[in-house]
Write a protein that binds this ligand. Structure first.
Ligand SMILES: [Zn+2]
Length: 197
């Protein structure tokens, strides 16, 4: 039996999601057919609006506005401490720990020459500008441990002014591990146990 075109189209969209195969997609869509009309409309509207998401002009985090809520917080905006992370998920993980009160900067990944990701593909020059313009005197590299992560930290240490203290968190994060999967306690320990590069 061939699936109706409407279901087929929905399946092909759903299977774009990580970890969703055809069977799961069909099951989910058949479920959605039982939803109320307004719930389906709300669901598709929410997906559609993802296109409108912006990046904070300062830290590059996702935001509804020009500046994210952390950068807009006057207490934090005065901080001279900046935590450098790979992505939004890692930033959220550190926020969840409730132990960090400085600024953030999202790199958008790590250096990976084999994949063609050099400094130009990341927000590294923007980081240098911010360190200068915002008078940052200490940066904590919360970069996940991997060959690429280590190389990224070494590169940042090399290009940042000598007057800036550069530290890296390490304790408790396994090689190849990711901040996003750690609990708040492990993250606060990792922040406490940062080491100077
Ligand atoms: Zn921001």
């Amino acid at each position: 039996m061939e699936l109706p075109k409407i279901i087929q189209d929905a399946v092909s969209s759903f299977t774009k999601l990580a970890g969703v195969g055809e069977k799961t997609a069909i099951r989910q869509i058949l479920q959605i057919t039982r939803w109320k009309k307004e719930d389906i409309a709300q669901f598709s509207h929410a997906i559609d609006r993802i296109q409108e998401i912006k990046r904070c002009e300062k830290c590059r985090a996702f935001t509804d506005d020009r500046i994210c809520s952390i950068c807009a917080n006057p207490k934090r905006a005065q901080s001279k401490l900046m935590c450098v992370v790979e992505n939004d998920m890692d930033m959220m993980a550190i926020e969840r720990s409730g132990q960090y009160f400085g600024l953030y900067h999202i790199l958008g990944g790590v250096l990976n020459p084999l994949m063609g990701i050099g400094p130009d593909e990341l927000e590294i020059y923007k980081l240098l500008d911010r360190i200068k313009n915002e008078g940052i005197n200490e940066i904590i590299l919360a970069i996940n441990p991997s060959v690429e992560g280590d190389a990224t930290c070494a590169y940042i240490k090399k290009i940042v002014s000598e007057n800036v203290l550069v530290e890296r968190i390490g304790f408790g994060i396994p090689i190849g591990g990711s901040l996003e999967y750690l609990d708040g306690m492990t993250i606060s320990k990792a922040l406490e146990n940062k080491q100077r590069l």
